[in-house]
Design a protein around this ligand. Structure first.
Ligand code: PLP
Length: 394
């Protein structure tokens, strides 16, 4: 395959539903922090795979594990056991809160499972789930109903009933929203798409206490923050607050499609046989990629590397903030970086792309970077030089 960009574009114009805003670039190959387009340009990718590609593109250990698995067993449904799925669940469980896993194929699906489990597990009559403004939980009807952003609801109402949106970080508002029908609270321990927002001190613990007092489940959506992105295995570990249910996707397989929900062992039986399923969930390819991802994080010390990377970003970005007026706030946890601007950020994404650096802007004015956690710090500097020269243009 070696189509020119105009040839690929004409295929999309004719045959692909235009539900995404796409940059006029067709990507053909990736390696570590770099990705190449059909015209031979090389880019530094600081938003690889929307944050899925934890080690950038095509990490050799994951590629090799998947290659071997492909030749052994591609897919068998969940009416049988596979050792790969069992081992993957064990590795995730041991690094989190000792729970049990349900596997699926995406973040939104993991959250659907969490919504169903929450309604199944709690007392009859309880069905409401408190979620947060500027949250993002996915696009299927349950998860999009959980998402506290009106722009994603326009035209598709009625939503799934039972979601109540509270301001992120406002514990009093959450307390007020709880009633006898509330089954749980679903929250990103650090909001991602909402603008890399870190909760105020005590907020997550406050949610934990509320759930304990009212027989509700606490669900952490770690689809974006999980599996080492923030310098801990899971973002909740920064705050010392354990959830009852945790959802994962994006990062867990280094870019192979997969999702998972973990829940405490005593809650797990509430998802009874026949109540939930996913044809491809926990398939051997995803499991092989998931196992290889966890091993790679440990063998290469990538939790420490993500932490070091965060510190490096902080030093550089604080310097930039002193000199560049439009930088309003900097929010960093490991390899998850948000730079809030006083102006719209789209033109900086465009400007960086022209300088062969790929970044993201969310919520209109927050530059979001989710670089591979093994990106060499010299390359971080190269990328930040490009970003800085764009931001200096104002
Ligand atoms: C991306 C994301 C989702 C949705 O994941 P999909 O795989 O696109 O369905 C859910 N929650 C969070 C926090 C996310 O960042």
């Amino acid at each position: 395959m070696s189509l020119s960009f105009p040839e690929t574009l004409s295929l999309f114009d004719r045959y692909v539903i235009p539900n995404y805003k796409r940059y006029p670039v067709s990507l053909v190959r990736g390696e570590g922090p770099y990705v190449w387009d059909s015209e031979g340009n090389r880019y530094i990718d600081f938003f690889p795979g929307w944050g899925c590609n934890l080690f950038g593109h095509c990490p050799p250990k994951v590629v090799e594990a998947v290659r071997q698995q492909l030749g052994r067993l591609i897919h068998v449904p969940n009416s049988w056991y596979t050792e790969e799925q069992g081992l993957w669940a064990k590795l995730l469980s041991e690094r989190s809160f000792g729970g049990k896993a349900f596997f699926c194929n995406s973040g939104t699906e993991a959250n659907e499972a969490a919504i169903k489990l929450t309604r199944l597990h709690t007392d009859p009559g309880k069905y409401k789930i408190i979620t947060f403004m500027r949250s993002f939980h996915g696009r299927t009807m349950g998860s999009v109903s959980a998402t506290g952003q009106a722009k994603y609801h326009e035209g598709i109402e009625p939503l799934l009933p039972g979601f109540v949106y509270a301001p992120y970080g406002d514990l009093d508002a959450v307390k007020e929203a709880v009633d006898s029908e509330t089954a749980g609270i679903m929250v990103e321990p650090i909001q991602g798409e909402g603008g890399v927002r870190i909760p105020p001190e005590g907020f997550l613990q406050g949610l934990r206490d509320l759930c304990d007092e009212n027989n509700m489940l606490l669900i952490f959506d770690e689809v974006q923050t999980g599996c080492g992105r923030t310098g801990n295995w899971f973002a909740y570990q920064h705050f010392g607050v354990e959830p009852d249910v945790m959802t994962l996707a994006k990062t867990i397989c280094s870019g192979i499609a997969a999702g998972a929900m973990l829940t405490k062992p005593e809650i797990a039986p509430s998802l009874r046989p026949g109540m939930h399923a996913a044809t491809f969930g926990g398939n051997p390819i995803a499991a092989a990629a998931g196992i290889a991802t966890i091993k790679m994080v440990e063998e290469e010390g990538l939790l420490e590397k993500a932490t070091q990377m965060g510190a490096h970003f902080r030093t550089r970005l604080e310097e930039m903030r002193r000199e560049i007026d439009i930088i309003r706030d900097i929010r960093i946890v490991g390899a998850m970086i948000g730079i809030e601007l006083q102006v719209e950020g789209g033109k900086f994404v465009q400007g960086c792309m022209e300088e062969k650096l790929l970044i993201n802007c969310t919520q209109g004015n927050v530059i979001r970077l989710l670089p591979a956690s093994n990106t060499p710090l010299e390359l971080v500097d190269t990328a930040l030089d490009i970003l800085e020269s764009q931001l200096r243009k104002g």
